[in-house]
Design a protein around this ligand. Structure first.
Ligand SMILES: *[C@@H]1O[C@H](CO)[C@@H](O)[C@H](O)[C@H]1NC(C)=O
Ligand SMILES: *[C@@H]1O[C@H](CO)[C@@H](O)[C@H](O)[C@H]1NC(C)=O
Ligand SMILES: *[C@@H]1O[C@H](CO)[C@@H](O)[C@H](O)[C@H]1NC(C)=O
Length: 429
């Protein structure tokens, strides 16, 4: 996803940023490397005109930001940094093998009531309370929410802050494509993978010739060779449950496994190989148009949420002026774009790929987070998406579930749901 690059503008004002970037860019354990960064200029369009246009001159950008938003951008940087610092505690907790039995407890252990309260309010409310201006929220914060989560500033404050952290942290991508993370991790885990679709899970009690009967789960899956299954001690579900999502039947559970009624949000991704129509964005002279990423504010007239030039996964060649040349553009919208809409956005195009998907939850605070433990030994990862949907959140939820399953299996209760871990681990240093 294209990220607003406020960071780069603000980096010089804050010495801690480069260190964090460096730390996040350490070479991967699964042999992956970082793709060279692609720079393209961004603009924020309100449906009539650009309310902000980035220049290739750092100082110009800084002055423009100060002129339009005063100290709001810098204050946002510090506000998000404070949240991020607390959020990063999870890595220390997990390094010390601590686990949490619910998503609320996990968040509470990181940032106390301040964190759980963010699930109860919109990012708009949270930032207004923190003193940010309407103009800044509408023109800078809202576009970031729209590109990252397809929704405006009505999403919960926590996912909103995560979204802004993405804006600030200098996102990078994996050379060869981010999907290599999944194949790399699977390979490194030495897991046995059964390609198929899980259809049902059912608890079973099997007698043992020696001693107590044993409790197991029968998991049925549909593979290319038909319906088959096996029994397991522990089941971890890493797919969103609910309407039109992973369609798994929980058979004969007493009490029944809860329903997951909360909807996911539809996003349509359209990849277009063509030339952008600069006059659509009010440019009389297309050669003056240099933007490679366009974000939008809330405006019912707008049928797009963002547009950005996609760079090759190998990280080769940047277009200096994407509008005058053929480029691959990624367009996010709520609905599929019509022929007319595409013809007005692009002066010409020769190929199109459309992907419609349920990309992230439809956020509506106050959020209630789904449980992690669905039954004695069944764990569910995707509930964390309702707090904030992001790759990093999924990785944290996965590690938490692994630790939790292990500790519950072996009765290590002292490593589950501990309060005041931050203080405890400080004194351990
Ligand atoms: C958030 O709202 C729920 C009710 O929806 C309430 O039970 C909870 O205490 C609230 N949390 C905070 C930290 O205010
Ligand atoms: C298994 O997959 C096949 C092919 O996709 C499908 O026709 C069939 O209905 C599936 N069976 C079940 C039980 O889901
Ligand atoms: C480009 O945008 C302008 C202004 O919206 C519109 O009049 C024109 O039809 C669009 N298409 C092309 C191919 O120029």
């Amino acid at each position: 996803m294209p990220a607003l690059r406020l960071t780069l503008l603000l980096a010089a004002l804050c010495p801690s940023l480069p260190a964090r970037q460096a730390q996040r860019r350490e070479p991967g354990r699964i042999g992956l490397s970082v793709a060279p960064a692609q720079g393209s200029l961004m603009g924020i369009y309100n449906g009539e005109e650009f309310v902000f246009e980035e220049s290739s001159w750092y100082l110009v950008n800084l002055l423009k930001l100060l002129w339009h938003y005063g100290l709001n951008p810098l204050r946002m940087y510090m506000w998000v940094e404070e949240i991020l610092d607390k959020f990063m505690r999870i890595y220390r907790y997990q390094t010390h093998d601590y686990a949490f039995s619910s998503n609320e407890r996990l968040l509470h252990a990181l940032g106390g009531n301040d964190f759980t309260r963010m699930l109860n309010q919109t990012i708009d409310e949270a930032m207004q309370k923190a003193g940010f201006s309407h103009k800044f929220i509408n023109e800078m914060v809202c576009p970031a929410m729209r590109v990252n989560y397809g929704q405006g500033v009505t999403i919960n404050g926590f996912v909103g802050a995560v979204s802004l952290a993405g804006v600030e942290s200098g996102l990078w991508s994996v050379k060869g494509g981010n999907k290599l993370v999944c194949t790399g991790l699977l390979y490194a885990s030495k897991a046995e993978v059964i390609p198929g679709t899980v259809v049902s899970i059912e608890p079973k009690i099997r007698p043992r010739p020696t001693g107590d009967p044993v409790k197991l789960y029968q998991v049925m899956y549909n593979t290319t060779s038909g319906l088959t299954g096996d029994t397991y001690d522990i089941v971890v579900i890493a797919a969103p449950l609910g309407h039109k999502m992973a369609d798994i039947t929980f058979k004969n559970f007493n009490p029944p496994v809860p329903e997951f009624p909360n909807p996911y949000h539809q996003t349509v991704t359209t990849l277009v190989h063509g030339r952008l129509n600069a006059s659509f964005f009010g440019y009389r002279d297309p050669s003056a148009f240099h933007l490679g990423a366009i974000f939008t504010t809330e405006n019912p007239k707008l049928f797009i949420r963002s547009l950005g030039v996609v760079s090759p996964v190998e990280g080769a060649g940047t277009e200096r002026n994407p509008s005058s040349q053929l480029a691959v553009w990624k367009v996010f919208s709520q609905e599929e774009l019509s022929k007319e809409q595409l013809r007005s956005l692009f002066s010409s195009y020769d190929s199109i790929q459309v992907k419609k998907w349920l990309a992230y939850p439809q956020y509506s605070p106050p959020e209630r987070l789904p449980p992690i433990i669905l039954h004695d030994d069944i764990y569910y990862l995707n509930g964390v998406e309702r707090a904030a949907s992001a790759m990093e959140m999924s990785a944290i939820a996965a590690k938490n579930a692994a630790l939790l399953a292990y500790h519950r299996w072996y009765g290590n209760t002292h490593l589950i749901d501990q309060e005041d871990l931050h203080e405890k681990l400080k004194t351990e240093l």
